[in-house]
Design a protein around this ligand. Structure first.
Ligand SMILES: O=C1O[C@H](COP(=O)(O)O)[C@@H](O)[C@H](O)[C@H]1O
Length: 244
């Protein structure tokens, strides 16, 4: 793992730096293998990043967009991660519909949706059950309880190591989420985290000893690059020695 931590001035600088990194990953991936695959995060932090990506002149036909987690609501529900990304980015650019890979949320049983998305990923990446294909970039946020994607503290989803996708549990409500081994297979995992309310969780996530089930973001230890991009409100109290 190649871990890098950057603390930048404010949310605007955080978005500018995240955009810069993503653009460089897009360029490299397309140069090396002709396409770029990214999984998006939900929550509020990435919205201005998506708006910024939408203003770029990019080879949209070579860019494939997935989601790392989704609320189990219809695609037009205000809580839908897919709807947020559509409004902020995907609905504003000329990306082929076939390149957009939303998590399905219309099955009565979320386990059926999990099975469908897992199969879709296996077909896209030509991978077999039990294999963990590598996306070029997985974008992640982190909640103030240290959850990431929909991997919430002390939930069953944290124990799933043999699947790409599973059902998450947010206060009794189902969500769909990448499993942590699938996230860890990515070429690059990028956390984008803002706000003073994340400080305490960050301290536990960066601590040399703490419980992974209490602070799920600790489970994210990818084979490839791991970026922690933080604004000053979130990251200014991280000790220099852990912020490395
Ligand atoms: O619930 C969620 O929140 C986290 C963090 O969100 P933010 O609003 O604090 O940016 C996000 O990573 C996750 O995808 C989302 O489902």
């Amino acid at each position: 793992m190649n871990k890098k931590v950057e603390v930048v001035g404010d949310q605007q600088a955080l978005i500018a730096r995240s955009l810069e990194l993503i653009l460089s990953k897009i360029e490299t991936a397309i140069e090396q293998h002709g396409r770029f695959t990214i999984a998006l995060s939900g929550g509020s932090t990435p919205k201005p990043l998506y708006e910024a990506i939408a203003t770029q002149n990019l080879p949209w036909d070579k860019i494939h967009v997935f989601w790392g987690d989704e609320r189990y609501v219809p695609a037009d529900h205000p809580d839908s991660n897919q709807l947020m990304a559509h409004r902020a980015w995907l609905g504003r650019v000329d990306i082929p519909t076939a390149n957009i890979h939303p998590m399905p949320t219309s099955d009565q049983d979320p386990a059926d949706a999990v099975a469908k998305y897992e199969q879709h990923l296996q077909e896209f990446f030509h991978s077999s059950p039990g294999e963990f294909p590598a996306l070029d970039v997985i974008l992640l946020g982190m909640g103030d309880d240290a959850h990431t994607a929909s991997l919430f503290p002390h939930t069953e989803a944290l124990k799933v190591r043999d699947r790409l996708i599973t059902v998450g549990n947010k206060d009794g409500n189902p969500r769909l989420t990448f499993t942590y081994p699938f996230i860890n297979a990515a070429n690059c995992v990028m956390f984008v985290v803002a706000g003073a309310n994340k400080r305490s969780a960050l301290a536990h996530v960066f601590a040399s000893v703490a419980d992974d089930f209490t602070y799920p973001s600790r489970l994210i230890q990818p084979q490839g690059e791991l970026w922690w991009l933080l604004d000053k409100d979130a990251g200014s109290e991280l000790k220099q020695d852990v912020a490395k």
